[in-house]
Design a protein around this ligand. Sequence first.
Ligand SMILES: Cc1cc2nc3c(=O)[nH]c(=O)nc-3n(C[C@H](O)[C@H](O)[C@H](O)COP(=O)(O)O)c2cc1C
Length: 159
Amino acid sequence: MAKILIAYYSRGGNTRQMAQCIEAAARQVEQTEVTCRPVNEVNPRDFLDYHGIIMGSPVYYGTMAAELKKLIDDSVVFHGKLAGKVGGAFASSANIGGGNETTIMDIIKVLLIHGMIIPGSAQGDHYGPVAIGAPDERAKTECRKLGKLIAELTVKLHG
Ligand SMILES: Cc1cc2nc3c(=O)[nH]c(=O)nc-3n(C[C@H](O)[C@H](O)[C@H](O)COP(=O)(O)O)c2cc1C
């Protein structure tokens, strides 16, 4: 069984809606066990229990919210122990060009520094799903794609 964690911060619910879309799609993939939690309910120790970890945040001044960054910084005690796990990222901003991709790349940099494996997407949102405000149908489709992609790769590598 491939275990996947979706950890997100969301103050207004937009990023949470994205997380729920990703969760629903990942659950469709056989041999997965998917957990979706806000960051205040995630302990960095939890990361050890999962084979795939997806993180999402609203864009705050072009990067992730401090709440997600704190969880990440607290994960330093497990540095080196997350290597080989599968990772992904998603973000919601207020504006087009408001920093979704810079935020996703900041999260992806963290996952890479942890030694994780990050799949890209040749079509659509290349780095991870982005939404302007609440996810519209386009963004929801991208979220479902990420959930499926991460789940399938996690099963392939760790199932
Ligand atoms: C402190 C703060 C900083 C923000 N910075 C940006 C920003 O740089 N660019 C942008 O497009 N939106 C910015 N926003 C708007 C949020 O990213 C946007 O409303 C997002 O959809 C909120 O997601 P949530 O409903 O999951 O909390 C900011 C909001 C706050 C509260």
